[in-house]
Design a protein around this ligand. Structure first.
Ligand code: ADP
Ligand code: MG
Length: 386
């Protein structure tokens, strides 16, 4: 895989406050980038098919068009001085079109790599970075054979479009491998098979890298998932310092190898024997970095903008231990009920989504306390066990 070269990207430019930042995507990540950027004096235009999305509610201007709609991207290019993407499932073609016209410091190459599980793993392997053992699978018999090689259980994943565990099938037998492949590959999707990793913990590190290659990393976080959706993030992760150092180094190495500009979130599995494997990457603010909004000197959202706008990176210093818990649709009534009597250590963030469907990320709370104390507080709110 050809590494991203600095030349392929429109870099070297500084965009001072007052500039208009265009954001592809209007979800909660874009919303929090806008909220932080307004504080600094930036202006924002968002592009997202939903008119009343979390981003559009806080942006100066919103373009309600599909990400690959030529009129939409044209309007974004005309309005923005610099453009960023806030999630991976935007069309790489559209991003390529845009970066020919407007500064787009993250670049289309980083998007192409991170929006495709196979390309992402290949890029990491090229950089000498450890990944979960995997196979590409192109047919049912081959899926069964690959599963036998990797051992059971293993996990089939679509190469593109997956999030929050969507597009994944656990495989416990050759028959399940064949059936799972047929389901996921329907419509011509590429599929990969991964060994199931019996991890001790899931960790993540958010790294920021500026246009001059300067790099800072946030503290290592421990992530606990429920039903494949992030439930909570604990910072600092309760792990040995030596493991934390290695996790941070892997994340920095990945960001350097991919010549990231902006943010790179690196999800890791910590194995029983202390080894670390990279699970996946995200080239943007990450759910496991939401705690930085309240608990760090510079939030990941501000840092993202600083990197993209060519400003010096801010301090990632942790000001307080924190536990972040996602508020899903089913949690909202309990949270609303408790809101008037929440303890002062609890910071509430809601994303302005009107419809509270079960499993939908409606907001998050960050408890500025160590893990034990935070757990007690969360018990009181009733978010912990649902
Ligand atoms: N190979 C694996 N072994 C064990 N658990 C896995 C594996 N792949 C994914 N998981 C579990 O499923 C979660 C979601 O998978 P992931 O690949 O991160 O996809 P996404 O976050 O895009 O939905 C992971 O955080 C982890 O809990
Ligand atoms: Mg993940």
């Amino acid at each position: 895989m050809k590494p991203i070269t600095e030349k392929e990207r429109f870099t070297g430019q500084v965009f001072l406050p007052g500039s208009v930042v265009g954001i592809l995507g209007g979800g909660q990540l874009g919303r929090m980038v806008v909220l932080e950027g307004r504080k600094m004096g930036y202006r924002f235009v968002t592009l997202d098919p939903a008119a009343d999305c979390p981003g559009s509610q806080v942006a100066d201007r919103h373009i309600a068009k599909a990400y690959d709609d030529p009129e939409g991207t044209e309007a974004l290019a005309a309005a923005a001085d610099v453009i960023a993407y806030e999630f991976e499932n935007v069309s790489a073609e559209a991003v390529k079109r845009l970066e020919r016209r407007v500064a787009l410091p993250q670049g289309s190459r980083l998007l192409e790599v991170t929006q495709h599980r196979l390309r992402e793993k290949e890029a990491l392997v090229m950089g000498g970075l450890p990944v979960t053992p995997y196979r590409t699978v192109t047919g049912p018999e081959q899926a069964a054979a690959a599963a036998e090689e990797l051992g059971f259980p293993c996990i089939l994943k679509t190469a593109t479009g997956g999030y929050d565990g969507k597009g994944q099938r656990l495989v416990r037998s050759p028959d399940e491998a064949m059936a799972g492949w047929a389901e996921l590959a329907a419509g011509g999707r590429e599929v990969i098979l991964e060994q199931f990793v019996p991890f001790r913990k899931e960790l993540s590190v958010v790294v920021a890298r500026g246009i001059r290659g300067d790099i800072v990393s946030y503290p290592v976080a421990e992530n606990v998932h429920r039903d494949h959706i992030l439930h909570r993030t604990i910072v600092p992760a309760p792990i040995d310092e030596e493991i934390a150092r290695r996790a941070e180094q892997l994340a920095r190495d990945a960001a350097e190898h991919l010549e990231v500009v902006g943010l790179l979130a690196v999800e890791l599995f910590l194995l029983e024997d202390g080894r670390l494997l990279i699970n996946e990457l995200a080239p943007r603010p990450h759910n496991s970095g939401h705690y930085t909004y309240d608990a760090c000197a510079t939030s990941q959202f501000e840092q993202f903008l600083r990197a993209i706008c060519g400003l010096p990176l801010g301090s990632p210093r942790l000001l307080s231990p924190a536990v972040m818990v996602n508020v899903l649709g089913q949690h909202l009534p309990a949270l609303m009920e408790k809101l008037p009597s929440l303890p002062p250590a609890v910071k509430v963030h809601l994303y302005g989504k009107r419809e509270a469907r079960p499993g939908r990320k409606m907001g998050h709370v960050t408890v500025l306390a160590d893990a034990n104390e935070a757990m007690e507080i969360m018990d009181q709110i009733g978010l912990w066990n649902r």
